[in-house]
Design a protein around this ligand. Structure first.
Ligand code: ARG
Length: 339
């Protein structure tokens, strides 16, 4: 690929539009309160941003691939709507503190969704444990029959793993919950900003303390990716048990029709595709973590364009985790254990 196309991120970072606009509105409100911007300029900018938000949600926004990213697309459109006042939005702000603010907001809301997905799966596990409360099965070590156990006992082991996964995401939430705006490009800003006001507006509980760290830190992305990798390991083990147990050799469980596929040539088969894809997809979530660790290692402070590589792999982990949690919740609600 020749030319600027190589450097753009708009094809995927448009996903951050809500966070980007919310961040800009909070920033401009604060500039007006601090009398850095006149209130009439601030009002113009905010109403322009609200128009843009509507355009995007209604699918009417004129996306321009030649404008690198979501920030530039929004800003260029703001110019078209309100004229040169739009440029004032960049008073005391750089794309470097803007992009990381957007991404922190995005990770925060992704963690909320992931936590809900984990709780739904835990409910499905609990449901099966209750339904099969007196079912006895062989417990294994070394995949050799060891001692009789209750099926519920076995299933609830996964409930516990998921409980720890929730804690890992909750802990990640405390670290991502930091507001970086005011860091500027790297060295802060000479304007009398009220960063705590912006943090409150955006729902962050703290502000960052070191501007050079704030614009270059992406640990919060790694935290999400790591918690996801461990979660996928647990889901993958559960998946493998479903694969084994649904085989004719074990015959402990029958997968529901909506969560398995038949074979046209061998009609007796019910392939556990959901479980198989669940463990197959753990590979991408691990890959995202290792890939992004590798991107970060050896980067000098502060912002480097390499950091743009945080988004695609994060989005992929978020999507994979979310869809796997949903699929497994459905799969578990739909299985029938041999009693
Ligand atoms: N698209 C960039 C990213 O995602 C935004 C920040 C660009 N900053 C810069 N100084 N070029 O990282």
């Amino acid at each position: 690929m020749r030319g600027k196309g190589y450097t753009t991120s708009i094809s995927y970072d448009r996903r951050l539009y809500k966070e980007d606009i919310a961040g800009s509105i909070a920033h401009v409100k604060m500039l007006a309160i601090q009398r850095i911007l006149s209130s009439s300029d601030a009002e113009k900018i905010i109403s322009g941003l609200e128009v843009i938000l509507r355009e995007i949600t209604e699918g009417l926004f004129p996306w321009k691939e030649e404008l690198e990213d979501i920030h530039m697309n929004v800003e260029a459109r703001l110019h078209e709507i309100i004229g040169s006042v739009a440029g004032r939005i960049h008073t005391a702000r750089s794309r470097n503190d803007q992009v990381t603010t957007d991404l922190r907001l995005y990770v925060k809301s992704s963690i909320d969704t992931t936590l809900m997905g984990i709780k739904d799966l835990q409910r499905a596990i609990l449901g099966q444990a209750e339904k099969n409360i007196s079912v006895v099965m062989p417990g294994y070590t070394h995949l050799q029959r060891a001692q009789p156990v209750l099926l519920a006992h076995h299933l609830l082991a996964y409930f516990e793993m998921l409980e720890r996964d929730k804690h890992r995401f909750q802990e990640a939430l405390t670290r991502v919950d930091v507001m970086p705006l005011g860091s500027g490009a790297l060295a802060g800003s000479p304007y009398p900003l009220d960063r705590n006001f912006v943090a409150r507006e955006l729902g962050f509980s703290r502000i960052s303390s070191n501007s050079m760290d704030a614009v270059s830190d992406r640990d919060f992305v790694l935290d999400y990716m790591y918690a996801s990798a461990v979660l996928m390991t647990h889901l993958s083990r559960l998946a493998e048990e479903m694969v084994l147990w649904s085989s004719e050799e074990f015959g402990f469980v029958r997968m529901g029709e909506d969560h398995s596929t038949g074979s046209s040539i061998m009609p007796q088969k019910r392939n556990p595709d959901f479980a198989e894809l669940g463990h197959g997809r753990s590979g991408r979530v691990y890959g995202n973590l290792v890939g992004f660790l590798t991107t970060l290692k050896g980067l000098p402070l502060t912002y480097n364009r390499d950091l743009q590589e945080d988004k695609e792999s994060l989005f992929d982990s978020v999507d994979t985790v979310q869809s796997t949690l949903e699929a497994f919740t459905g799969m578990l609600e739909d299985v029938c254990f041999d009693s």
